[in-house]
Design a protein around this ligand. Structure first.
Ligand code: IPE
Ligand code: IPE
Ligand code: MG
Length: 250
């Protein structure tokens, strides 16, 4: 999303991931059913994507549906699936025009064949995008992600293509989702909950976490700017010492 960025900053973040939470409460406060909150929540994504582009963010990963969200009432799951389908049908062409490459991460086999086709088509038509990545995590779980990476490595061992000794953090890190994107610098969760709910576990090892009480359908450009400002204020040490000379004195 860096091309055309007006406020491109060397200090990043390059990759933002968001747990889009609070649709149900947003609707309940208005005396509306959860479906109204989900509809309002989807409407936020278009603006947010372009706001990220304007701010030089290269990759945006959105948690849209967790592997645990199948436990919701069937009617709600059905609505979420249909919103996902219509979002892909509506937005993929626009993304292609803007040079945004879309991908969906998560299990796909539990989606209807129709939704699986829409995902594949949206990924196909945006494949050449060179101005940023939008990742939608759907039927995604961080534990699933690590398990599928382990399975791929195990298959290579079984096929004699690698040794068990070759399996280390780097090897596993190449098989989890998002491995080809910049590391997730900033992980935002809306709605006030302070937990990860089985979102990216491996990839968030050194992400900065930002929690806001704002409910997802209210998460606007100002909310994004507040999150980015908080991120830029953080001292990212990655286990080392900050560059203030204290390390040199030790
Ligand atoms: C997030 O909103 C959307 C999904 C989990 C699909 P919620 O529906 O979880 O909203 P709350 O947490 O009930 O307010
Ligand atoms: C996490 O939100 C999943 C998404 C936002 C897609 P949930 O609302 O499902 O999480 P919990 O149940 O509060 O942990
Ligand atoms: Mg929730």
């Amino acid at each position: 999303m860096s091309a055309g960025g007006t406020q491109l900053s060397a200090s990043g973040p390059r990759h933002i991931a968001i747990i889009m939470d609070g649709n149900g409460r947003w609707a309940a406060r208005r005396g509306l059913p959860p479906s109204a909150g989900h509809k309002a929540g989807v409407e936020r994504i278009r603006d947010l994507l372009s706001a990220c582009r304007d701010r030089g963010v290269e990759a945006l990963t959105l948690f849209a549906f967790s592997s645990e969200n199948w436990q919701r009432p069937p009617k709600e799951v059905e609505l979420l699936m249909s919103l996902f389908h219509s979002y892909l049908r509506k937005e993929a062409r626009r993304m292609r025009e803007e040079g945004v490459r879309l991908r969906v991460v998560g299990r796909r086999d539990r989606f209807s064949p129709r939704l699986q086709r829409a995902i594949a088509e949206a990924e196909d038509i945006t494949r050449g995008g060179e101005h940023g990545d939008l990742v939608i995590a759907a039927d995604y779980g961080g534990q699933w992600d690590i398990a599928q990476a382990a399975r791929l490595l195990a298959e290579e061992v079984a096929a004699g293509k690698r040794s068990p000794e070759s399996i280390d953090e780097q090897a596993l890190g190449e098989y989890v989702q998002l491995a080809d994107l910049p590391p997730v610098d900033l992980l935002i969760r809306s709605s006030g909950e302070q937990r990860i709910s089985n979102f990216i576990l491996w990839q968030a090892a050194y992400s900065e976490f930002y929690f806001t009480d704002t409910l997802w359908p209210d998460f606007d450009e100002a909310a994004l700017d507040a999150a980015i400002a908080a991120y830029r204020d953080r001292d990212r040490r990655f286990g080392g010492r900050s560059g203030d000379g204290i390390a040199a004195q030790a």
